[in-house]
Write a protein of this length. Structure first.
Length: 94
């Protein structure tokens, strides 16, 4: 005597449940792209956290650049050189 269908349908049901759960998870996760123009890395948004950048580093870098842009207007050569060196070091440590 063979029972043929029983375990097969059970497996199918489990498989479908798993697929539904996955779809549910995928729907609840929202992705954003990093606001840093030369990064634009997609990242998942955790609920409660509002982020524009995929890492705090990117946000820091952008604010640094903004600062630098306004500084550049005032004093030009000297200070810019120093900032560029700091950025180069940071890029290496990442
Ligand atoms: Zn980024």
């Amino acid at each position: 005597m063979m029972r043929s269908s029983g375990s097969g349908t059970f497996f199918m049901a489990r498989h479908m449940l798993f697929a539904t759960a996955l779809a549910e998870v995928a729907r609840s996760i929202r992705f954003k792209t990093c606001k840093r123009k030369d990064c634009q890395m997609p990242f998942a948004i955790e609920s409660g956290h509002k982020r524009d950048y995929h890492t705090p580093y990117c946000g820091h870098l952008v604010s640094l650049r903004k600062e630098r842009a306004t500084e550049k207007r005032k004093k030009r050569a000297e200070k810019r050189k120093r900032t560029q060196r700091i950025l180069a070091v940071k890029r290496h440590t990442l």
